[in-house]
Design a binder for this molecule. Structure first.
Ligand SMILES: [Zn+2]
Ligand SMILES: [Zn+2]
Length: 384
Protein backbone atom coordinates (compact mmCIF):
# COMPACT_ATOMS: atom_id res chain seq x y z
CA UNK A 1 0.00 0.00 0.00
CA UNK A 2 2.58 2.51 1.19
CA UNK A 3 5.06 1.65 -1.59
CA UNK A 4 2.33 2.34 -4.12
CA UNK A 5 1.72 5.77 -2.59
CA UNK A 6 5.47 6.47 -2.46
CA UNK A 7 5.59 5.69 -6.17
CA UNK A 8 2.63 8.01 -6.83
CA UNK A 9 3.81 10.83 -4.55
CA UNK A 10 5.08 13.05 -7.36
CA UNK A 11 1.87 12.65 -9.37
CA UNK A 12 -0.34 13.36 -6.33
CA UNK A 13 1.51 16.47 -5.19
CA UNK A 14 1.68 17.81 -8.73
CA UNK A 15 -2.07 17.25 -9.12
CA UNK A 16 -2.71 18.99 -5.80
CA UNK A 17 -0.78 22.04 -6.99
CA UNK A 18 -2.49 21.95 -10.37
CA UNK A 19 -5.93 22.00 -8.72
CA UNK A 20 -4.79 24.81 -6.44
CA UNK A 21 -3.59 26.82 -9.44
CA UNK A 22 -6.96 26.38 -11.18
CA UNK A 23 -9.61 27.10 -8.55
CA UNK A 24 -13.09 26.35 -9.85
CA UNK A 25 -16.42 27.08 -8.20
CA UNK A 26 -19.16 24.56 -7.44
CA UNK A 27 -20.35 22.64 -10.52
CA UNK A 28 -17.77 24.36 -12.71
CA UNK A 29 -14.90 22.02 -11.83
CA UNK A 30 -14.15 20.97 -15.42
CA UNK A 31 -10.39 21.27 -15.15
CA UNK A 32 -10.34 19.24 -11.92
CA UNK A 33 -12.66 16.62 -13.42
CA UNK A 34 -10.44 16.24 -16.48
CA UNK A 35 -7.23 16.14 -14.44
CA UNK A 36 -8.41 13.56 -11.89
CA UNK A 37 -10.21 11.26 -14.34
CA UNK A 38 -7.20 11.33 -16.71
CA UNK A 39 -4.89 10.22 -13.92
CA UNK A 40 -7.28 7.42 -12.97
CA UNK A 41 -7.46 6.24 -16.58
CA UNK A 42 -3.72 6.47 -17.04
CA UNK A 43 -3.28 4.31 -13.95
CA UNK A 44 -5.63 1.73 -15.43
CA UNK A 45 -8.71 2.28 -13.24
CA UNK A 46 -12.14 2.14 -14.88
CA UNK A 47 -13.84 5.51 -14.45
CA UNK A 48 -17.22 6.96 -15.36
CA UNK A 49 -16.97 10.64 -16.22
CA UNK A 50 -19.95 12.90 -15.57
CA UNK A 51 -21.29 10.26 -13.16
CA UNK A 52 -24.67 10.24 -11.39
CA UNK A 53 -26.10 13.02 -13.55
CA UNK A 54 -23.47 15.66 -12.75
CA UNK A 55 -21.03 16.88 -15.43
CA UNK A 56 -18.16 17.33 -13.00
CA UNK A 57 -18.70 14.20 -10.88
CA UNK A 58 -16.89 10.93 -11.51
CA UNK A 59 -17.02 7.40 -10.20
CA UNK A 60 -14.09 5.00 -10.52
CA UNK A 61 -14.26 1.36 -9.48
CA UNK A 62 -11.91 -1.50 -8.85
CA UNK A 63 -12.29 -4.99 -7.40
CA UNK A 64 -14.80 -7.68 -8.14
CA UNK A 65 -16.23 -8.83 -4.83
CA UNK A 66 -16.14 -8.15 -1.11
CA UNK A 67 -16.78 -5.06 1.03
CA UNK A 68 -17.20 -1.82 -0.92
CA UNK A 69 -15.42 1.25 0.40
CA UNK A 70 -15.98 4.67 -1.18
CA UNK A 71 -13.28 7.33 -0.96
CA UNK A 72 -14.72 10.79 -1.62
CA UNK A 73 -12.78 13.46 -3.49
CA UNK A 74 -13.89 17.10 -3.24
CA UNK A 75 -12.30 19.68 -5.55
CA UNK A 76 -14.41 22.84 -5.65
CA UNK A 77 -12.97 26.18 -4.55
CA UNK A 78 -14.39 29.42 -3.16
CA UNK A 79 -15.02 32.82 -4.75
CA UNK A 80 -12.23 35.32 -4.06
CA UNK A 81 -10.13 33.07 -1.83
CA UNK A 82 -9.55 30.10 -4.17
CA UNK A 83 -8.61 26.83 -2.50
CA UNK A 84 -8.97 28.30 0.98
CA UNK A 85 -10.80 25.15 2.10
CA UNK A 86 -7.95 23.01 0.75
CA UNK A 87 -10.10 20.75 -1.39
CA UNK A 88 -7.03 20.21 -3.59
CA UNK A 89 -5.65 18.22 -0.65
CA UNK A 90 -8.91 16.24 -0.24
CA UNK A 91 -9.05 15.33 -3.94
CA UNK A 92 -5.49 14.13 -4.22
CA UNK A 93 -5.39 12.31 -0.87
CA UNK A 94 -8.55 10.49 -2.00
CA UNK A 95 -7.05 9.85 -5.42
CA UNK A 96 -3.87 8.40 -3.91
CA UNK A 97 -5.80 6.21 -1.48
CA UNK A 98 -8.09 5.01 -4.23
CA UNK A 99 -5.25 4.17 -6.62
CA UNK A 100 -3.31 2.32 -3.92
CA UNK A 101 -6.40 0.36 -2.92
CA UNK A 102 -7.38 -0.33 -6.53
CA UNK A 103 -4.01 -1.98 -7.17
CA UNK A 104 -4.71 -4.46 -4.37
CA UNK A 105 -8.47 -4.88 -4.65
CA UNK A 106 -8.62 -8.14 -6.61
CA UNK A 107 -5.98 -9.82 -4.49
CA UNK A 108 -7.41 -8.53 -1.20
CA UNK A 109 -11.00 -9.44 -2.08
CA UNK A 110 -12.51 -5.99 -1.74
CA UNK A 111 -14.03 -3.26 -3.85
CA UNK A 112 -13.09 0.39 -3.87
CA UNK A 113 -14.91 3.35 -5.39
CA UNK A 114 -13.13 6.65 -5.95
CA UNK A 115 -16.02 9.07 -6.04
CA UNK A 116 -15.51 12.59 -7.37
CA UNK A 117 -18.05 14.74 -5.55
CA UNK A 118 -18.36 18.33 -6.86
CA UNK A 119 -19.85 21.39 -5.24
CA UNK A 120 -19.34 20.79 -1.53
CA UNK A 121 -19.29 24.54 -0.88
CA UNK A 122 -23.04 25.03 -0.81
CA UNK A 123 -24.03 23.20 -3.99
CA UNK A 124 -24.72 19.84 -2.35
CA UNK A 125 -23.04 17.64 -4.97
CA UNK A 126 -23.14 14.62 -2.68
CA UNK A 127 -26.84 15.18 -1.97
CA UNK A 128 -27.65 15.09 -5.68
CA UNK A 129 -25.39 12.08 -6.20
CA UNK A 130 -26.92 10.24 -3.25
CA UNK A 131 -30.39 10.84 -4.67
CA UNK A 132 -29.14 9.27 -7.91
CA UNK A 133 -28.02 6.18 -5.96
CA UNK A 134 -24.28 6.92 -5.85
CA UNK A 135 -23.85 5.49 -2.34
CA UNK A 136 -26.03 2.39 -2.70
CA UNK A 137 -24.15 -0.77 -1.82
CA UNK A 138 -21.38 1.17 -0.09
CA UNK A 139 -20.24 -0.38 3.21
CA UNK A 140 -18.14 2.61 4.28
CA UNK A 141 -17.46 6.10 2.93
CA UNK A 142 -14.48 8.18 3.92
CA UNK A 143 -12.50 11.30 3.16
CA UNK A 144 -10.08 13.61 4.91
CA UNK A 145 -10.36 17.38 5.22
CA UNK A 146 -7.47 19.80 5.82
CA UNK A 147 -7.54 21.99 8.93
CA UNK A 148 -5.31 23.80 11.44
CA UNK A 149 -5.05 20.67 13.62
CA UNK A 150 -5.12 16.86 13.39
CA UNK A 151 -8.60 16.05 14.69
CA UNK A 152 -10.77 12.94 14.74
CA UNK A 153 -13.72 14.82 13.36
CA UNK A 154 -15.18 18.15 12.34
CA UNK A 155 -18.13 19.42 14.37
CA UNK A 156 -20.49 19.12 11.42
CA UNK A 157 -23.80 20.83 12.04
CA UNK A 158 -26.86 20.97 9.81
CA UNK A 159 -27.32 23.94 7.49
CA UNK A 160 -30.17 25.41 5.46
CA UNK A 161 -29.85 28.34 3.06
CA UNK A 162 -32.19 31.20 2.28
CA UNK A 163 -32.33 33.86 -0.38
CA UNK A 164 -34.30 36.92 0.61
CA UNK A 165 -35.57 39.79 -1.56
CA UNK A 166 -36.97 43.07 -0.30
CA UNK A 167 -39.17 45.22 -2.53
CA UNK A 168 -39.84 48.91 -1.94
CA UNK A 169 -40.60 51.97 -4.03
CA UNK A 170 -37.98 53.89 -6.00
CA UNK A 171 -37.88 57.72 -5.78
CA UNK A 172 -35.34 60.54 -6.09
CA UNK A 173 -33.48 60.36 -2.76
CA UNK A 174 -33.24 64.18 -2.45
CA UNK A 175 -36.23 65.51 -4.40
CA UNK A 176 -38.98 63.05 -3.37
CA UNK A 177 -37.63 60.87 -0.51
CA UNK A 178 -41.06 60.85 1.15
CA UNK A 179 -42.44 59.01 -1.87
CA UNK A 180 -39.86 56.23 -1.57
CA UNK A 181 -40.01 53.03 0.45
CA UNK A 182 -36.44 51.98 1.10
CA UNK A 183 -35.65 48.31 0.50
CA UNK A 184 -32.10 48.83 1.81
CA UNK A 185 -33.46 50.09 5.14
CA UNK A 186 -35.67 47.00 5.24
CA UNK A 187 -32.67 44.71 4.71
CA UNK A 188 -30.49 46.57 7.23
CA UNK A 189 -33.21 46.43 9.89
CA UNK A 190 -33.74 42.74 9.15
CA UNK A 191 -29.99 42.12 9.44
CA UNK A 192 -29.90 43.93 12.78
CA UNK A 193 -32.88 41.93 13.97
CA UNK A 194 -30.91 38.74 13.35
CA UNK A 195 -27.93 40.27 15.20
CA UNK A 196 -30.18 40.74 18.25
CA UNK A 197 -31.53 37.21 17.89
CA UNK A 198 -28.01 35.77 18.12
CA UNK A 199 -27.81 36.35 21.88
CA UNK A 200 -30.68 33.94 22.35
CA UNK A 201 -29.76 31.00 20.18
CA UNK A 202 -28.15 27.76 21.36
CA UNK A 203 -24.33 27.68 21.61
CA UNK A 204 -24.01 25.21 18.72
CA UNK A 205 -26.08 27.36 16.36
CA UNK A 206 -24.83 29.78 13.71
CA UNK A 207 -26.62 32.37 11.57
CA UNK A 208 -24.74 34.41 8.99
CA UNK A 209 -25.72 36.38 5.94
CA UNK A 210 -24.47 38.77 3.29
CA UNK A 211 -26.07 41.46 1.15
CA UNK A 212 -25.96 40.33 -2.45
CA UNK A 213 -27.70 43.44 -3.83
CA UNK A 214 -27.81 46.71 -1.94
CA UNK A 215 -29.30 49.14 -4.44
CA UNK A 216 -28.13 50.74 -7.68
CA UNK A 217 -27.21 54.38 -7.01
CA UNK A 218 -27.12 56.62 -3.96
CA UNK A 219 -29.62 59.14 -5.41
CA UNK A 220 -32.28 56.51 -6.02
CA UNK A 221 -34.18 55.13 -3.04
CA UNK A 222 -33.45 51.38 -3.47
CA UNK A 223 -36.58 49.54 -4.54
CA UNK A 224 -34.87 46.14 -4.45
CA UNK A 225 -32.27 44.53 -2.20
CA UNK A 226 -31.28 40.91 -1.75
CA UNK A 227 -29.51 38.78 0.85
CA UNK A 228 -28.15 35.27 1.21
CA UNK A 229 -28.33 33.53 4.60
CA UNK A 230 -27.08 30.33 6.13
CA UNK A 231 -28.85 29.02 9.21
CA UNK A 232 -27.15 26.22 11.10
CA UNK A 233 -27.99 24.06 14.08
CA UNK A 234 -26.97 20.74 15.53
CA UNK A 235 -29.69 18.85 13.65
CA UNK A 236 -31.78 19.59 10.59
CA UNK A 237 -35.06 19.85 12.49
CA UNK A 238 -33.48 22.40 14.85
CA UNK A 239 -32.11 24.38 11.88
CA UNK A 240 -35.66 24.40 10.57
CA UNK A 241 -36.96 25.92 13.84
CA UNK A 242 -34.17 28.49 13.87
CA UNK A 243 -34.95 29.37 10.27
CA UNK A 244 -38.44 30.39 11.38
CA UNK A 245 -37.01 32.74 14.00
CA UNK A 246 -34.58 34.26 11.49
CA UNK A 247 -37.38 34.85 9.00
CA UNK A 248 -39.41 36.64 11.68
CA UNK A 249 -36.50 39.09 12.17
CA UNK A 250 -36.11 39.63 8.44
CA UNK A 251 -39.87 40.19 8.00
CA UNK A 252 -39.79 42.75 10.80
CA UNK A 253 -37.32 44.79 8.72
CA UNK A 254 -39.70 44.79 5.78
CA UNK A 255 -42.61 45.76 7.97
CA UNK A 256 -40.72 48.66 9.61
CA UNK A 257 -39.61 50.10 6.27
CA UNK A 258 -42.99 49.72 4.56
CA UNK A 259 -41.58 47.18 2.13
CA UNK A 260 -42.41 43.62 1.22
CA UNK A 261 -40.19 40.61 1.55
CA UNK A 262 -40.05 37.24 -0.16
CA UNK A 263 -37.77 34.35 0.55
CA UNK A 264 -36.93 30.97 -0.89
CA UNK A 265 -34.86 28.05 0.25
CA UNK A 266 -31.84 27.52 -1.97
CA UNK A 267 -29.22 24.84 -2.44
CA UNK A 268 -29.63 21.58 -0.58
CA UNK A 269 -30.13 21.15 3.13
CA UNK A 270 -26.95 19.80 4.74
CA UNK A 271 -27.41 17.24 7.49
CA UNK A 272 -25.29 16.92 10.61
CA UNK A 273 -22.58 14.26 10.54
CA UNK A 274 -22.77 10.89 12.26
CA UNK A 275 -19.11 9.85 12.44
CA UNK A 276 -18.71 6.09 12.57
CA UNK A 277 -16.66 5.27 15.67
CA UNK A 278 -15.33 1.94 14.39
CA UNK A 279 -14.06 3.50 11.17
CA UNK A 280 -12.64 6.41 13.13
CA UNK A 281 -10.73 4.09 15.43
CA UNK A 282 -9.17 2.29 12.44
CA UNK A 283 -8.29 5.54 10.70
CA UNK A 284 -6.83 7.09 13.87
CA UNK A 285 -4.57 4.06 14.44
CA UNK A 286 -3.33 4.30 10.85
CA UNK A 287 -2.73 8.05 11.16
CA UNK A 288 -0.89 7.40 14.43
CA UNK A 289 1.43 4.96 12.65
CA UNK A 290 2.33 7.83 10.30
CA UNK A 291 3.12 10.12 13.23
CA UNK A 292 -0.18 11.98 13.35
CA UNK A 293 -2.10 11.82 16.61
CA UNK A 294 -5.70 12.83 15.93
CA UNK A 295 -7.05 14.78 18.89
CA UNK A 296 -10.57 14.49 20.26
CA UNK A 297 -12.24 17.90 19.68
CA UNK A 298 -14.22 17.49 22.92
CA UNK A 299 -11.06 17.55 25.03
CA UNK A 300 -8.36 19.15 22.89
CA UNK A 301 -9.70 22.70 23.02
CA UNK A 302 -9.62 22.83 19.22
CA UNK A 303 -12.69 22.20 17.15
CA UNK A 304 -13.72 23.14 13.64
CA UNK A 305 -17.42 23.91 13.29
CA UNK A 306 -18.96 23.76 9.84
CA UNK A 307 -21.37 21.99 7.55
CA UNK A 308 -20.72 19.58 4.72
CA UNK A 309 -22.72 17.38 2.38
CA UNK A 310 -20.63 14.50 3.76
CA UNK A 311 -23.10 14.85 6.66
CA UNK A 312 -25.88 13.71 4.32
CA UNK A 313 -23.74 10.75 3.20
CA UNK A 314 -23.12 9.82 6.85
CA UNK A 315 -26.88 9.51 7.37
CA UNK A 316 -26.99 6.90 4.58
CA UNK A 317 -23.82 4.85 5.03
CA UNK A 318 -21.13 4.57 7.73
CA UNK A 319 -18.78 7.52 7.17
CA UNK A 320 -15.87 9.50 8.56
CA UNK A 321 -14.50 13.02 7.88
CA UNK A 322 -11.30 13.37 9.96
CA UNK A 323 -9.17 16.52 9.78
CA UNK A 324 -5.47 16.66 8.94
CA UNK A 325 -3.31 19.62 9.85
CA UNK A 326 -1.97 21.69 6.96
CA UNK A 327 -1.73 25.08 8.68
CA UNK A 328 -0.52 26.38 12.07
CA UNK A 329 -3.07 26.29 14.89
CA UNK A 330 -5.55 29.13 14.68
CA UNK A 331 -5.41 29.68 10.91
CA UNK A 332 -9.03 29.71 9.74
CA UNK A 333 -10.21 27.68 6.79
CA UNK A 334 -11.72 29.99 4.12
CA UNK A 335 -8.91 32.53 4.67
CA UNK A 336 -6.19 33.64 2.22
CA UNK A 337 -3.62 32.39 4.69
CA UNK A 338 -5.12 28.89 4.74
CA UNK A 339 -5.16 28.81 0.93
CA UNK A 340 -1.39 29.40 0.92
CA UNK A 341 -0.77 26.57 3.39
CA UNK A 342 -2.88 24.15 1.32
CA UNK A 343 -0.27 24.38 -1.46
CA UNK A 344 2.83 24.50 0.76
CA UNK A 345 4.88 21.70 2.35
CA UNK A 346 2.38 20.86 5.09
CA UNK A 347 -0.41 20.66 2.51
CA UNK A 348 1.68 18.27 0.40
CA UNK A 349 2.43 16.16 3.47
CA UNK A 350 -1.29 15.95 4.25
CA UNK A 351 -1.95 14.71 0.70
CA UNK A 352 0.46 11.81 1.23
CA UNK A 353 -0.45 11.06 4.86
CA UNK A 354 -4.15 11.31 4.00
CA UNK A 355 -3.71 8.93 1.06
CA UNK A 356 -1.79 6.46 3.22
CA UNK A 357 -4.12 6.52 6.21
CA UNK A 358 -7.23 6.21 4.03
CA UNK A 359 -5.71 3.35 1.98
CA UNK A 360 -4.64 1.50 5.14
CA UNK A 361 -8.17 1.87 6.51
CA UNK A 362 -9.64 0.44 3.31
CA UNK A 363 -7.21 -2.49 3.62
CA UNK A 364 -8.22 -3.01 7.27
CA UNK A 365 -11.85 -3.43 6.25
CA UNK A 366 -11.00 -5.82 3.45
CA UNK A 367 -8.70 -7.90 5.63
CA UNK A 368 -11.32 -8.76 8.23
CA UNK A 369 -14.96 -8.94 7.17
CA UNK A 370 -16.06 -8.88 10.84
CA UNK A 371 -14.84 -5.28 10.98
CA UNK A 372 -17.39 -4.40 8.30
CA UNK A 373 -20.03 -5.99 10.54
CA UNK A 374 -18.81 -3.93 13.49
CA UNK A 375 -18.98 -0.77 11.38
CA UNK A 376 -22.56 -1.60 10.39
CA UNK A 377 -23.58 -2.37 13.98
CA UNK A 378 -22.17 0.96 15.18
CA UNK A 379 -24.03 2.72 12.36
CA UNK A 380 -27.33 1.04 13.24
CA UNK A 381 -26.90 1.84 16.93
CA UNK A 382 -26.17 5.48 16.19
CA UNK A 383 -29.32 5.74 14.10
CA UNK A 384 -31.36 4.36 16.97
ZN1 LIG B 1 -15.21 25.06 3.00
ZN1 LIG C 1 -14.10 22.12 2.77
Amino acid sequence: MNERIDALAGVLVEASHDLHDHPELAYEEHHAHELLTSILEREGVEVTRGAHGLDTAFDARAGGAGPTVAVCCEYDALPGVGHACGHNVIATAGLGAGLAAAALAEEAGGRVRIVGTPAEEGGGGKVVMAEAGAFEGVDAAMMIHPADADLLWMDVIACVQLEVDYHGTAAHAAAFPHQGRNALDAAVLGYQGVAALRQHIAPGERVHGVFTHGGAKANIVPDHTAMHWMVRSTRLDRAEDLCGRVLACLEAGASAAGCTMEHRRVGHDYADMADNEVLLRLFAANAESLGRTLADPRTSGTAVVGSTDMGNVSQLVPSIHPLLQVAPAGVSIHSHDFARHARADAGDQAVLDGARALAMTVADLWAEPERVEEVRTAFDEQRR
